[in-house]
Design a binder for this molecule. Structure first.
Ligand code: HEC
Length: 134
């Protein structure tokens, strides 16, 4: 017979899997308000207080599915845009290379690599962006 602790462990990890996107979304929203809303706006419409100071237009992030994915949220593309290490962005872009920043500032405590920490932060941001599509 299985021990109660085993059953509990399975239940807890199942719950973690089920609720992970929801937690990621919440973390992503917080991170978004701190790191992104200055330019992209609290609503994501590209109307943050810094947007007017940039020499290129700050994109509306609530229409990514409609404009970039033909109705489907282009998850991977958005992730690479945020990451910025592999995609060459618009010329003169002021958008920070978040992949580099998050990796450099990663404070790995549970044995993750800096890359894992950076990816986790970017993934939560993308999960959040997915929820604000019009
Ligand atoms: C200093 C202003 C600034 C900040 C801060 C900023 N962005 Fe951007 N972002 C831009 C500009 C300008 C562009 C458009 C030019 C480009 O593609 O680089 C852009 C492009 C993007 C794109 C591609 C959208 C498209 O339609 O091309 C995504 C996705 C994005 N930003 C997400 C984020 C996220 C997530 C954060 C916070 C972690 C963030 N941005 C922070 C200015 C900013």
């Amino acid at each position: 017979m299985r021990k109660v602790s085993d059953i509990l462990r399975v239940a807890v990890s199942a719950l973690a899997v089920l609720t992970a996107p929801a937690f990621a979304e919440m973390a992503g929203e917080k991170e978004y308000m701190v790191a992104c809303s200055g330019c992209h706006g609290e609503s994501g419409m590209g109307d943050g207080p810094l947007a007017g100071l940039l020499n290129i237009k700050t994109p509306n992030l609530t229409t990514l599915a409609a404009e970039k994915g033909e109705g489907k949220f282009p998850f991977e593309w958005v992730l690479w845009m945020v990451d910025g290490r592999k995609i060459i962005r618009a010329h003169g872009s002021t958008m920070p290379i978040w992949g580099e920043r998050y990796q450099a500032s990663a404070n790995s405590q549970r044995g993750e690599t800096a890359e894992m920490v950076a990816r986790g932060r970017m993934l939560s941001l993308v999960y959040y962006l997915e929820t604000i599509q019009q």
